[in-house]
Design a protein around this ligand. Sequence first.
Ligand code: HXC
Length: 510
Amino acid sequence: MKDVLVELERRRSTARQGGGTVRIDAQHKRGKLTARERIDVFLDEGSFEEFDMFVEHRCADFGMENNKIAGDGVVTGWGTVNGRTVYVFAKDFTVFGGSLSETHAQKIIKVQDMALKNRAPIIGFYDAGGARIQEGVAALGGYAEVFQRNVLASGVIPQISVIMGPCAGGDVYSPAMTDFIFMVRDTSYMFVTGPDVVKTVTNETVTAEELGGASIHSTKSSIADGAFDNDVEALLQMRRLIDLLPQSNTAEIPQIDSYQSIEEPDQSLDRLIPDNTHKPYDIKELIQKTSDEGDFFEIQQDFAKNIVCGLGRVEGRTVGFVANQPMVLAGVLDSDASRKAARFVRFCDCFGIPLVTFVDVPGFLPGTDQEYGGLIKHGAKLLFAYAEATVPKVTVITRKAFGGAYDVMASKHLRGDMNYAWPTAQIAVMGAKGAVEIIFRKDLDDPEKIAAHTKMYEDRFLSPFVAAERGYIDEVIMPHSTRPRIARALQMLRNKTLSNPWKKHDNIPL
Ligand code: HXC
């Protein structure tokens, strides 16, 4: 008996060594943790249960039959984050560059299937070179099986990808189908084909960072939902994110103790809107003053900053915040902002997370640049997302809600449940200047008349009261009472039941 126990321990310890100490040292030298170290930081201490530690590849080409490493380049299993079950897989770059073989794929598929069957989130830590080149189509088939499961699990359980090293080929497509992608600055890259292939095909000289670094994907391409300075920070932030997410689309949203009163008014909000309506202010201040203890997990912080999206809590329960940001492009809706917010709204709706929307939007961005880029279709994505969402929707218009953007931003007409406005709200087809120039064009040469028309337009339309008179705004509220009003609205909406007509699936304008 003793010999078998010793043999098991020996096998385990060999498997834990992955590609060996030289490659582990190289991994550390690059500022990266190993797959197992990442799992250790991410999960509750001692909670990790590993599967398939002894799995090896079955490839017999290119001398691979003599080169087998237990685990085959990916560490899989489950554990807990603050007591809640999470399935994990971490690519082991020290073993064949974390590349995916047939058996490596089967290990991932096993945890994907378990996560879906048992309705718990799944997170992948990526550091891998794509399909195992020596395996050819067996590896390609393995990827497709992983992709298929990504799709089936989409909207059922949260799926998160963290890019922690160079990732190419299939190792970028699977993350692309998950709910969120995060990257580590300076050590991680994502591209379909790397700089060498780019040079051969297009004759373009580009570095890995320029092609697919965190700096590109979190600001330009919007592939990444966030970037962190190092592995440990990324892993700890993923614990924070998991804490905010429900286990599945049928599970309750998580509730934790909250310490900040929901009755206390915040007088500072009465001074948030500047006297000059053209002056910007930071909408994040309002989000932070609404969310418990000011805690806010922002998504795509560095992309389309004219709209702010992220998760927080009210009375201990998770809420999705969407807010126009007057500090950037006056909070205008353009294609990027619309796409960003649409995806976030749909994520929240999938998982039953109530939406709180703060509106200060001068409209959609005009111009050929936007129109040629498909603004109509991108804007429609956000409109579609809000209109189909059945989760509780609480909206507060703080200042401008002009034109189509008024409709889009979770208005009453798109089944907004509680639509509030601050007294500073201006709800109209457009701002006074543009409106007067169109409807009083004949008086444009007479500044006095134009001033009088402008004053009349401002008095009549640039307030929340025309909308409130029609019931499009449920109540005009004091800014200082925003958090208490939102908290009460969310309490009232806890048992909201609303469903859309049966359909196979919708046809959102992609
Ligand atoms: C087998 C691989 C591998 C792969 C890396 N390795 N990628 N082995 N298949 N795809 C091995 C290397 O041989 C090496 O082994 C070790 O991993 C580390 O690789 P290095 O090149 O030394 O590391 P580095 O310089 O950091 O470069 C990392 C890399 C590069 C950028 C990922 O290795 C690379 O470009 N690999 C190929 C990427 C690629 O084109 N993959 C196929 C994509 S097609 P030793 O023994 O020396 O440690 C694809 C199809 C699916 O994925 C598409 C679905 C839609």
